[in-house]
Ligand binder design. Structure first.
Ligand SMILES: Cc1ncc(COP(=O)(O)O)c(C=O)c1O
Length: 408
């Protein structure tokens, strides 16, 4: 059978993280590994009521196919939501997608031929790596600094790719509270990114699943709101603000791109679920959306604060250990001295009943072995405290064993 598989499936690898997550699903483990939103934030009573009502009383709109672009009564409030954030996308520049992972798949299908170059952060979101690699693209990593990509390195990477005869197509960024690092780009870097994209005639794919989850500090304008040339494609999702299981999101961008996306989506799934679109329409019409966002942010903020405060107290103070202090989102990122390998340390963590995600799979250049991602979304504040206490001990033991391997 194997010779029958397409080249792209032969090269595809299952996510290492999914394999490792199985390890962490043991009883009593406090896990900071999964990146799932907290189900307590899903408005389940409201969803249950409107789902029953829609299915009983509105079957023509709820149980039937809908257009590939998605329902207009959903694209309209989304368009207003974008506008409040400075992004001008009229409803006909918006396609409803089966959440943002489908947006990633569709931009990959629209832009990428085998061997084309996509520029991504070091680190970057694994689902994006998978979507782009499925189109046999070449992913080129650009280091992320505390305020966004190293723009000199970005320019150099584009030049190097062109000199090698490769064709760069787009730059993929998650400028707000990135998964995995929690980093937010400064406005200066967002403008710099657009300058480079303009000079090099590239598209920017701005993935913003966490943008609405800001707990402290002032919002930085989305890259799309600063774009005067129509070269930014935005990926939006309801996964973190309504419910991930609805599999609902949107792609917005210049008309020319959106039309291509719609054509590709027809081949993929004809349309996104009518039922979940109707639930989101009713969410905008009847729910206190702003109040809901405030509640979710307050909920996650407490968890973020608990994790940061526990890290201050329990993480060894050795040189080379540092972590990001995200102003929103669900993740923070810990760096260790070069000689500490978080994959090698994982069995020790499991022994101590705490879990994290190793950093290396988020790097397309094979590095990042001394990093880890911690998610504060699902644990209780007590578990955050206890889990980080355990993790601090794990790191301390690991560093001791690296100093004198024979003793431990
Ligand atoms: C940066 C980023 N993009 C896209 C996704 C995909 O999410 P969904 O398909 O649920 O919108 C995630 C999920 O964690 C993410 O972190």
């Amino acid at each position: 059978m194997n010779p029958l598989f397409a080249e792209r499936t032969k090269a595809a690898r299952r996510s290492v993280i999914r394999e490792l997550l199985k390890l962490t699903e043991q009883p009593n483990i406090i896990s900071f590994a999964g990146g799932l939103p907290d189900p307590d934030t899903f408005p389940r009573e409201f969803l249950a009521q409107v789902a029953a009502d829609e299915i009983r009383n509105n079957p023509g709109k709820t149980l039937q196919y809908t257009t590939t672009e998605g329902k207009l009564p959903l694209r309209e409030p989304l368009s207003r939501w974008f506008a409040e954030d400075g992004m001008e996308f009229p409803p006909d520049h918006i396609v409803i997608t089966s959440a943002s992972q489908q947006g990633l798949d569709l931009v990959a299908k629209v832009f990428l031929d085998p061997g084309d170059v996509v520029l991504v952060g070091l680190p970057t979101y694994i689902g994006a790596i998978q979507a782009f690699q499925a189109m046999q693209a070449k992913l080129v990593g650009v280091p992320l600094e505390d305020d966004g990509m190293d723009l000199h390195a970005l320019s150099d990477a584009i030049t190097t790719a062109r000199l090698a005869g490769q064709i760069p197509k787009f730059i993929y960024v998650v400028p707000d509270f990135q998964n995995p690092s929690g980093i937010t780009w400064s406005e200066e870097k967002r403008r710099g990114l657009l300058e480079i994209a303009s000079r090099e005639d590239l598209v920017v794919v701005e993935d913003m699943p966490y943008r609405k989850l800001r707990y402290v500090g002032k919002p930085v304008p989305p890259v799309a709101s600063l774009d005067e040339e129509g070269r930014v494609v935005v990926l939006f999702t309801f996964s973190k603000t309504l419910a991930a299981g609805l599999r609902l999101g949107a792609l917005a961008g210049p008309k020319e791109i959106v039309e291509k996306v719609v054509t590709m989506k027809q081949a993929t799934d004809l349309c996104t679920s009518s039922l979940t679109q109707r639930l989101a329409v009713r969410f905008f019409q009847e729910y206190d959306v702003e109040g809901h966002m405030r509640t979710i942010c307050a909920h996650y903020r407490k968890k973020r604060d608990a994790m940061l405060s526990a890290l201050e107290r329990y993480m060894p103070k050795d040189e080379g250990i540092s972590w990001t202090k995200p102003e929103g989102g669900l993740f923070l990122w810990v760096r260790f001295p070069e000689h500490l390998d978080t994959e090698q340390m994982l069995p020790r963590a499991i022994e101590h009943k705490v879990a994290y995600v190793i950093g290396a799979p988020f790097f397309v250049d094979g590095k990042g072995h001394n990093t880890m991602r911690l998610s504060f979304s699902s644990a209780t504040t007590e578990q955050l405290e206890e889990g980080i206490r355990r993790l601090g001990q794990v790191v301390e033991e690991e560093l001791a064993s690296l100093r004198s391997p024979q003793r431990v």
